[in-house]
Design a binder for this molecule. Structure first.
Ligand code: PMP
Length: 411
């Protein structure tokens, strides 16, 4: 029974996730690893099955009925994604295999053309490795320099320090909207405005934001934005890179191959228009088509209802967890998504993860692909419980009881 008063009907939502109705190690599954990958909605799985059973054909090239069907459905997802993030036009949506590839695309194409020696790239201490390493590679190639925006102990970006770091040499600011390790929601709109004031281009890593926060790229005025379908109740292997038209048009191709060309000859090749210029080869067609249904699923519930519900789960869990002896939250930002990272005195995170799994509870342990953040915090890793729209207060009760029992055994 869900006690949280809300406009959202969690029992109805859970019907979309048959995967949750199973036992793991003899206990009902409690899935709290949503920041790594959320479960896939049934409407999405149904769309995938329909594609592979009825409509499978390569896109854009064929004139036969199946090719036309799959091309139409594929392009419908592009239009749906345009609406989902309120991009000005569908051509500004490029399909990639996820946030990582989206960021690498910008770091290889845009950065190698537009960065030069001495230019500065600003990233924050909170970033996922996917928003660090591509810039290190770009810096190596171009001679640009990476500067790190510091954070406080709560896991919030120090805005004054950020403003001090911005200068005429700052050519790119790349920050996450929501931190995957700590759940901090960053004030990206203000950060984008400040970056534009010094003429810098801004990339927003929205991998963790997309399932929780309404994204409006025109309102944010970001230049690039990256997200992944598998964190949004959609399939794996699909993501989006949003880019402003003028930037995408000015960028060289990222990969060469079929689809991204206009004409090929041995004396020279001309490239296709955006978005196809950046979509070489056969994409994950079925997964892209099914991704549309994930966005429909989120929008049908509504971001406001999702945020309200998940926030209540977060507060409920915080309240119960702090009563557990030895519980130490890691990351206590004022503005947080439904992610709780923590440590328990005298219990290694890895042991906790295993002992919780033995009780059917899936959490993530380790550095969460944010080693520089862990270094700053002076720890090797945390246990992370991250909630999605199908999680319940009752699951949090079971989780806290399990933790309490584990702690007692160790004390
Ligand atoms: N950035 C953030 C903030 C993330 O949480 C993740 C996934 N953990 C990524 C980037 C990388 O996403 P993907 O693995 O889907 O490419």
């Amino acid at each position: 029974m869900n006690h949280i008063a809300t406009t959202l009907d969690v029992n109805r939502i859970r019907k979309q996730f048959p995967v949750l109705n199973q036992e793991v190690n003899g206990k009902p599954l409690i899935y709290f690893d949503n920041a790594a990958s959320s479960q896939t909605a049934k409407v999405v799985v149904d769309a995938l099955i329909k594609f592979y059973e009825r409509d499978h054909a390569n896109i854009h090239r064929g004139i036969h009925t199946l090719a036309e069907r799959s091309t139409k459905a594929f392009e419908e997802t592009r239009e749906r994604a345009q609406q989902f993030i309120n991009a000005g036009e569908a051509d500004e949506i490029i399909f990639t295999k996820g946030t990582t590839e989206s960021i690498n695309l910008v770091a290889q194409s845009w950065a190698t053309k537009f960065l030069k020696e001495g230019d500065e790239i600003l990233i924050s201490q909170l970033e996922h490795h996917s928003n660090i390493v591509p810039w290190q590679l770009a810096a190596e190639k171009t001679g640009a320099v990476i500067k790190v925006i510091p954070i406080n102990a709560a896991g919030e970006i120090l805005q004054d320090e950020y403003l001090k770091l911005l200068n005429a040499k700052t050519k790119l600011v790349a920050v996450n909207y929501v931190s995957n390790s700590l759940g901090t929601i960053n004030p990206v709109k203000e950060m984008i405005t400040a970056a534009h004031d010094v003429g810098a281009t801004v990339l927003i890593d929205a991998a963790q934001a997309a399932p929780h926060v309404k994204i409006d790229v025109q309102d944010l005025d970001c230049d690039f934005l990256a997200l992944s379908s598998h964190k949004m109740y959609g399939p794996t292997g699909v993501g989006i890179l949003y880019g402003k038209r003028d930037l995408l048009e000015a960028m060289p191709p990222y990969q060469g191959g079929g689809e991204m060309i206009k004409d090929v000859s041995f004396s020279g090749t001309t490239y296709n228009d955006i978005p196809y210029k950046f979509e070489a080869g056969t994409p994950n067609i079925g997964e892209v088509i099914a991704f549309k249904f994930a966005m429909d699923f989120i929008d049908e519930i509504g971001h406001e209802a999702i945020q309200e519900y998940e926030h209540k789960l977060l507060l409920y869990a915080n309240d119960k967890l702090k009563k557990i002896p030895g519980f130490n939250p890691v990351g206590t930002a004022k503005n947080k998504a439904s992610v709780i990272s923590f440590l328990i005195d005298n219990v290694h995170p890895y042991d906790l993860g295993q002992l919780l799994d033995a009780r059917g509870i899936a959490v993530r342990t380790g550095h969460h692909c944010t080693q520089p953040l862990m270094d700053f915090l002076g720890i090797d890793g945390t246990v992370r419980a991250s909630f999605a729209v199908y999680n319940t207060e009752k699951e949090i009760d079971v989780f806290c009881e399990a933790l309490d029992n584990i702690v007692k055994k160790f004390s």
